[in-house]
Design a protein around this ligand. Structure first.
Ligand SMILES: Cc1cc2nc3c(=O)[nH]c(=O)nc-3n(C[C@H](O)[C@H](O)[C@H](O)COP(=O)(O)O)c2cc1C
Length: 196
């Protein structure tokens, strides 16, 4: 019998500053993934989840009860619904943004045994932030997949300062995106089946 339940893919826009780029990259990759059959795609914009800096007495890996903070509870629920994630990350001082790392830290079991892919940008395509995020993901018991989208620095900064159209910029990485999506959906199906 055919399973008609869609794969729930959550895209996380990983920066919140005024004039940010993560919302644009998140909207673009969401549309790319929607071209696939059998997916339900949602962008989680961290601006909509105003979570405090992590301040609980214990790690979320020991947490049993739902969170009291409304934004944390809402974000955790969304992560629980996701079968896979695409993290859209900037590179701030060779790492990811504080707001994104904080969001990762707030959740634990809901991340476990699920795949994650990355879209990044910056002078070297955000590669240094992604390498750190892969290590964070392993500690969260996720599967960070190999293929990623690294938007090239020179063209990225041209687009950021309005000297290049964002559509043109994204067209440069469409092949990377295609390969990443194929691999992400493979892992999404495999791990969903494995989790039962
Ligand atoms: C605090 C801060 C630190 C940054 N550090 C880096 C960096 O280490 N490497 C890099 O390539 N770009 C760096 N940049 C430039 C960012 O790549 C660029 O501003 C990008 O648009 C930030 O992402 P956002 O627009 O989603 O906030 C930094 C920007 C900020 C605001």
């Amino acid at each position: 019998m055919k399973n008609n339940t869609p794969l729930h893919i959550k895209i996380i826009a990983g920066s919140t500053r005024e004039g940010r780029f993560s919302d644009k990259a998140a909207a673009w990759i969401a549309e790319e993934i929607k071209k696939q059959e059998g997916v339900a795609v949602e962008v989680l914009d961290l601006r909509d989840y105003d979570m405090p800096f992590f301040n609980e007495p214990t790690s979320p890996s020991f947490k049993q009860e739902p969170y009291k903070n409304e934004a944390v509870a809402r974000f955790t629920k969304k992560i629980g619904e996701g079968n896979a994630f695409v993290i859209v990350t900037p590179e701030y001082n060779h790492g990811t943004s504080g707001v994104l790392k904080n969001a990762l830290d707030w959740v634990y079991p809901e991340w476990n045994n699920k795949p994650v892919a990355f879209v990044s940008y910056g002078s070297v395509g955000g590669a240094r932030a992604v390498e750190q995020l892969r290590l964070n993901a392993i500690e969260l018991q996720m599967t960070p997949i190999r293929n990623a989208v690294h938007i090239p620095g020179e063209q990225y900064f041209q687009a950021l300062f309005g000297k290049m159209d964002a559509k043109e910029l994204f067209a440069l990485v469409s092949k990377q995106a295609e390969a990443m999506i194929t691999q992400l959906l493979w892992w999404t199906r495999a791990l969903k089946n494995a989790r039962g």
